[in-house]
Design a protein around this ligand. Sequence first.
Ligand SMILES: NC(=O)c1ccc[n+]([C@@H]2O[C@H](COP(=O)([O-])OP(=O)(O)OC[C@H]3O[C@@H](n4cnc5c(N)ncnc54)[C@H](OP(=O)(O)O)[C@@H]3O)[C@@H](O)[C@H]2O)c1
Length: 174
Amino acid sequence: MSLNIIVAAGMGNHVIGANGDLPWGRIPKDMKHFRDITMGHPVVMGRKTWESLPEEYKPLPGRENIVITRNASSVKTNKGPVIIFENIDSILEIAKVEDVFVIGGAEIYRLFMPYAENIFLTLVMGEFKGDTYFPSISESGWYKEYMRFNTEKANPYALAFCKFVRKEKQHYIS
Ligand SMILES: NC(=O)c1ccc[n+]([C@@H]2O[C@H](COP(=O)([O-])OP(=O)(O)OC[C@H]3O[C@@H](n4cnc5c(N)ncnc54)[C@H](OP(=O)(O)O)[C@@H]3O)[C@@H](O)[C@H]2O)c1
């Protein structure tokens, strides 16, 4: 059982967000990759990322949707069942018995980075401007298990699907 991060970031600057949305809009190949990896598992997101999801994707189907906020009453859940937590403790407990995927945004990635065992990173090849960035992945703490390129013409941008694994297993997960 594990705590995992999944993110798409711009090549070079690791930008992940712009004005509450993705800097590159929708990339079908990456959306499929995200769906394939997270399907059937709880997904954890910050309140702002929950609000950024297009209405037609809320809640993400086939996955328990968990939203983190400091003020549970502020989360609009009229689009379907979501679980709301005001801190990360319960989520770390769930990750002892299930594979959990942290899906953003930047504040929530920073919160879980010390506990994550795997990072599924899609690099989007292009120059993007934005206001939200993924934290740096230190070479001393992580190794790259794979990097697979996707250059299909149907996609607006070339992509590289990477997986990073923490070098030392975290102790909180038995
Ligand atoms: N490229 C990608 O893969 C990707 C993935 C996800 C999101 N994004 C982008 O990232 C941007 C949003 O990211 P963001 O960093 O601004 O927001 P976020 O991480 O989605 O959400 C931040 C919110 O989480 C809650 N929160 C933060 N720390 C907390 C704590 N310690 N305890 C309880 N609640 C806590 C707070 O909610 P309250 O204010 O309600 O208290 C805070 O306002 C958007 O542009 C989105 O499109 C990109």
